[in-house]
Design a protein around this ligand. Sequence first.
Ligand SMILES: Cc1cc2nc3c(=O)[nH]c(=O)nc-3n(C[C@H](O)[C@H](O)[C@H](O)COP(=O)(O)OP(=O)(O)OC[C@H]3O[C@@H](n4cnc5c(N)ncnc54)[C@H](O)[C@@H]3O)c2cc1C
Length: 468
Amino acid sequence: MTQTESDTDVTALKDFRNTLLGTLLRPGDEGYDEGREVWNGMIDRRPRLISQCAGAADVASSVHFAREHDLEIAVRGGGHNVAGTAVCDDGFVVDLSEMRAVWIDPDARTARVQGGALWGDVDHETQAHGLATTGGVVSHTGVAGLTLGGGIGWLMRKHGLTVDNLRSVDMVTADGEFLRASDHEHPELFWALRGGGGNFGIVTSFEFALHPVGPAVLAGPVFWTANAAAGVLRFYRDFVRDAPDELGTVVKFGTIPPIPVVPEELHWRPAVAVSTCYAGDIEEGKHVLRPLREYGTPLLDLVSRKPYLAHQSGLDSTVLHGWHYYWKSTDLPELSDDLIDVLIDHAFAAESPRSYAVMFHLGGAVSRVPEDATAYAGRNAPHNININGVWRPDEDFAESDTEWTRKFFEALEPHREGVYVNFLGADDGTHRVREAYGERTYRRLADIKAEYDPDNVFHLNQNIEPTP
Ligand SMILES: Cc1cc2nc3c(=O)[nH]c(=O)nc-3n(C[C@H](O)[C@H](O)[C@H](O)COP(=O)(O)OP(=O)(O)OC[C@H]3O[C@@H](n4cnc5c(N)ncnc54)[C@H](O)[C@@H]3O)c2cc1C
């Protein structure tokens, strides 16, 4: 770089900094190292600039600046994506993590949520009015990335995916322009935003429909020893087949976490758990859950009446920021005996006591929305499984548990059907993005991408390439 160019850059940077209400960070600045950290501690990238936006105006000027200076753009919401797409080497991070406000209209039963909010922020405000919408099962997950990929959670069988509750978004386009998308404004773009991920622009706020939920729900896990897992899964297959929409369940394979509600002698014990949330009348819930709670000999039954808010953060301490995570995921059909055998053969073979697999039960309201109503493509899958290798940075499980994750995933090959885009990892590759959408939906998304982001400015994501 010549002296003149360098002077220009310094002046341009200074001018840009003056346009911002938020903070601009460069290597060496106080806060830079915290600013480049994301949830997955394996990701260690050094952007040239991090623009911690205070509002939509900062987002727009950040996009203008990055494009004028030919800097690669990464977009950060909650920073939870396992592939670490919220941060890049040498480029420009448009960071919305300071934009976490949530406004509730209790009469209209809607929430407007800024693009950097976490699910804990949303639940906190909505539950003050006895309301909620489908969100993630860990409260420190970002609203933006989760919503744009589809959004699965405890309430989905009753109230649909997060995207089924999305009414509109305000966003900044690849040209740095403001735009609102809804069923009435840019409807084709709005279709794409409901599942197509961060490919189409930077969302500065989301508007969601809310529903009466709780504030108390009947919820919690029932644990059985790992040796009983095959029987538990066969029972579970029949139990969820006719389950009411109010009942959300997730099967977790791994060890029992050492959290205060668990007796010490059970800490780290290999176990299968069926976690539950009954989003309806508590007495009815007790009746619905009785057969599950009475199946076999549970090691531990933590189902109880509790605030929905507490349930939504109950898993937070089991997936802490800064640990190392390696994921593989797939959608699954109904649990045949063959599939159960594969699950049992692999689920408990990890070496790290923190590694686990989680299998969500979908169906209900998710499957009643027509497949082409939104860009989310896995509506007919009854389950999806996420195989999570997890270890602390100071532990030596990287090789063994990456291998465990891969082998488990490979063994599921004969049963696999599709994948949830938000569970894709860094090494899954573009073919799996196509797998997530299927050819028809992918082509429609690629056409919309060509209209709204023809230069693929937003490509640090599960990328949809614009139709040439
Ligand atoms: C512990 C854990 C639990 C999870 N549980 C669930 C769950 O219950 N249900 C579920 O559906 N998923 C779940 N996920 C997956 C989650 O949906 C994805 O990790 C998602 O990407 C997180 O969003 P984020 O905003 O935190 O991510 P970030 O890492 O900040 O962003 C990921 C990508 O989203 C895009 N993006 C982020 N913010 C914006 C924005 N404002 N505008 C436009 N694009 C943006 C960008 O492309 C970015 O690269 C979980 C993930 C983790 C780690």
